[in-house]
Design a binder for this molecule. Structure first.
Ligand code: EPZ
Length: 420
């Protein structure tokens, strides 16, 4: 098992280029099996999660060629060999569940190992299954697998109890080939939903309203191949915004969509960070003035993203004053608190609220990356902590950030990767 050794860093200075979005490319790769024609994706991040999705698509019958150095993928699924996503792949990446909707739409059947929980929560999938049932699918669960089947999917009106990102994506992908019109209400509005809808429409789907709380889908009889460029990763963007702020550095972040990170811009500005949007990108300056505390509450988009909660908390641990962090999306997303406190942070949690007393300097320590974003938070904290921070279980980090420590090194950070 590898680990990172992170040294206290001078203020980060320089430019960093954001990669394609992990949470956009995974559903879009799954959507490619809705057609027997070639789909060409560019701006694809070279991530372990993308590798796992390539393996899954190949196991289903897709021909997948990847040119990682150019961040491109070609996916052609002339025929589906099996409608089953095996446990050994699903346990590696819960995003495998996103193959369910497209498989059901293309073949009338999908059998997926039910994803387990993870560090941040139980991660149930009942909203996905309710959506498939509303379209006419029969759901059978046995031996850890969930199977959906339907002779024909029929459009319907579906209200989501919670604006689940995955359920919105999965049911939208099932509905594009259903007979008639489907109206999805109280859906997720994330930019990744819009990117998926844009790709599906390029394939010939007829989707309106993506990015709002209501999506209308007119079913079509078939879809054709398409080319698509994946949007930049807004969470990677936010992570490097925090990197500039927490080290009091000056960083130009390129290949960003400022609209996708409005909550992070707003909250960092409240703390005194200077952010300037230019033609070249987003300039983030953390040394313009003394930085102060602020409060955050995570919410579905366009609210403050839960995937930025741990990174922002690491930043709040280094600024003067008391900050409240409220997590409303996942039930167990404070695993990083104990690790930050091992580094000298002063954070107390009460249910889904954490109170962060900033200002005390952090000290390097041995810590564990419990999930993707918690691991990123520990790297950020390590950049400002006295001495060396040793982070284990970094596979969580490397599955979701492309060239993570290389990008930090490019800004002047000293991070080395060692085998344990
Ligand atoms: C997506 O997960 C992202 N993953 C997550 O990013 C992100 O944190 C999450 O959306 C919220 O923005 C990908 O896109 C691959 P949800 P997803 O369904 O779709 C509950 C990262 O770090 N829920 O919107 O699984 C669920 O338990 C990852 O990149 C149900 O109750 O998220 C959670 O509390 C972490 N029933 C809440 O909704 C359901 O059927 C949000 O989950 C589905 C979800």
């Amino acid at each position: 098992m590898a680990k990172y050794l992170v040294q206290k860093s001078e203020p980060l200075v320089g430019e960093v280029e954001i990669s394609g979005s992990k949470n956009a490319v995974l559903p879009i790769m799954a959507a490619a099996i809705l057609t027997d024609e070639a789909c060409e994706l560019s701006e694809v991040p070279a991530l372990r999660d993308v590798d796992v999705m390539c393996k899954l698509l190949r196991s289903l019958g897709s021909e997948v060629t990847e040119e990682y150095k150019y961040n491109r993928l070609n996916i052609t699924t002339k025929q589906i060999l099996t409608e089953e996503a095996p446990y050994e792949l699903v346990k590696k990446m819960r995003g495998s569940i996103l193959a369910m909707g497209p498989l059901l739409a293309r073949t009338g059947k999908a059998r997926i190992a039910r994803p387990g929980g993870c560090a941040i929560g139980a991660r149930p999938i009942e909203l996905h299954l309710k959506g498939f049932q509303a379209l006419g699918a029969k759901i059978v669960e046995s031996h850890g697998y969930v199977e959906a089947s339907a002779d024909k999917l029929i459009g319907n009106n579906i209200y989501f109890d919670f604006p689940s990102v995955g359920a919105t994506e999965n049911v939208m992908m099932a509905a594009v080939l259903a007979e008639g019109v489907t109206i999805l209400e109280n859906v997720a509005e994330e930019p990744e939903i819009v990117d998926l809808a844009n790709f599906l429409n390029r394939m010939g789907a007829r989707i309106k309203g993506a990015g709002t709380d209501t999506i209308k889908i007119e079913g079509v009889s078939s879809l054709h191949g398409a080319k698509h460029s994946i949007i930049p990763d807004r969470i990677e963007t936010g992570t490097f915004m925090i990197a500039a702020a927490i080290t009091r550095g000056t960083v130009l972040i390129k290949n960003v969509v400022p609209d996708h990170v409005k909550p992070i811009i707003a909250k960092l500005k409240e703390s005194g960070v200077l952010i300037d949007i230019t033609d070249e990108g987003m300039l983030v300056k953390g040394d313009a003035q003394p930085l102060t505390s602020t409060d955050i509450k995570t919410l579905p988009y366009p609210g403050f993203p839960t995937d930025m909660q741990s990174q922002f908390m690491a930043f709040l641990a280094t600024v003067k004053g008391s900050s409240n962090v409220i997590e409303t999306v996942f039930e167990n997303r404070f695993m990083h608190v104990g690790e930050l406190n091992r580094m000298g942070a002063n954070i107390k949690t009460e249910g889904n609220c954490a109170i962060v007393q900033g200002e005390r300097g952090l000290q390097g320590a041995q810590v564990i990356s419990t999930d993707l974003r918690a691991g990123a938070a520990l790297v950020l904290a390590g950049l400002t902590a006295e001495g060396t921070t040793e982070i284990s279980e970094i596979y969580h980090i490397e599955r979701g950030y492309e060239k993570f420590i290389e990008k930090f090194r490019g800004l002047g950070a000293t991070i080395i990767r060692v085998e344990e």
